[in-house]
Write a protein that binds this ligand. Sequence first.
Ligand SMILES: Cc1cc2nc3c(=O)[nH]c(=O)nc-3n(C[C@H](O)[C@H](O)[C@H](O)COP(=O)(O)OP(=O)(O)OC[C@H]3O[C@@H](n4cnc5c(N)ncnc54)[C@H](O)[C@@H]3O)c2cc1C
Length: 370
Amino acid sequence: MPAEIDVAIIGAGVIGLATAHEITQGGKEVFVFEKNSTFGLETSSRNSEVIHAGIYYPEDSLKAKLCVEGKNLLYSFCDKHNIAYNKCGKIIVAADENEITQLEKLCDQGRRNGVDDLVLLARTELKKLEPNIQARAGLLSPSSGIFDSHNLLKFLYSQAREKGTEFVFDAAVIGIERAGAKYKVRIKDRDGTSAFIAHIVVNCAGLNSDRIAQLAGIDIVEAGYQLHYCKGEYFSLNSKYRNIVGKLIYPTPDQAGHGIHWRQALDGRVLLGPSAHYVQVIDYAVDETHKQYFYDSAKKFVPFVALEDLAPESAGIRPKLQGPGESFRDFVIAHEEKAGFPSLINLVGIESPGLTAALAIARYVGKMMS
Ligand SMILES: Cc1cc2nc3c(=O)[nH]c(=O)nc-3n(C[C@H](O)[C@H](O)[C@H](O)COP(=O)(O)OP(=O)(O)OC[C@H]3O[C@@H](n4cnc5c(N)ncnc54)[C@H](O)[C@@H]3O)c2cc1C
């Protein structure tokens, strides 16, 4: 490890990997520090692997812009590098009049965000597309899909390494101090603690990104960077449910998440989830007692599902900037020069659609650095 490097990226989730892949070139020394033994062991491998269209987010928000841009970049990237995907499309379903009104608003929102292929479906049109789904109406998003996110992570990692990024695993960043216009970064690894100088620090630390910003000296309460953890669990359905439904099926969304949705993964497994409830600690166990809630949520649009066919599957945790009941918060992707921290870039609250938007986020960060 040299005493001085150009760029220190903290975190090897999809955002750190995509950023490294984007910015490593022309002899720039880019190092990625990851506290785990390898890349992608946290939120980036605990999600729905859905390529979102960009419908839900307020116009001109980073979430809307980077989702739409990221979706297009991601499909092209998958084509170019043989990463599997299924552009299966998605239907958001409405159960009653009130939800139909919400769907119409969502449709307008999506169109304003640049999602120009949305189609409102009456009950009969929906039945033609998905005969096994029960709903009063639907909003079809043909550009939504699912993909092999693990292969994306692997590919970004190997490409970034080939270009010259150095990855340091089992190395937790524990201190960031200003050293003139640079930073003294302290890490803790198996051999103890050590420090080096970085010209630029990029904080891609996911669930820890607020604490990393705080380590660097940002007042995270004043900046509004404090994260809330919002857990999402999944239940799987047994194999008899395969190939009954072709598209992703989402309910009309509630506040914290997009709602319990139906998804057939690329390997054929049918999954329900994720739920959304705020938690204090990071714990990925799935609570079996939540089965009834999953069943009740799903049976509104897939009434043929039987309770005994659900089994606990996995869970992920959203790094949310908004607490329970609070209104929309955008991604924070901030060059902290104005706050008195030159060459510090914080990415905080990179929840959904962070996976879809990853390549666009990396471009955005790259432009901030040039
Ligand atoms: C339940 C759920 C479902 C989702 N579904 C979707 C979806 O379908 N589509 C979509 O687009 N998005 C989805 N998302 C969002 C998406 O998964 C995230 O936006 C994305 O994975 C965030 O990536 P990241 O790199 O910021 O975070 P992470 O993958 O968490 O990576 C951060 C890394 O930083 C490391 N780190 C933390 N602290 C330190 C430290 N001090 N030193 C060194 N390393 C450190 C961590 O170990 C970790 O590896 C979902 C999220 C959840 C929770």
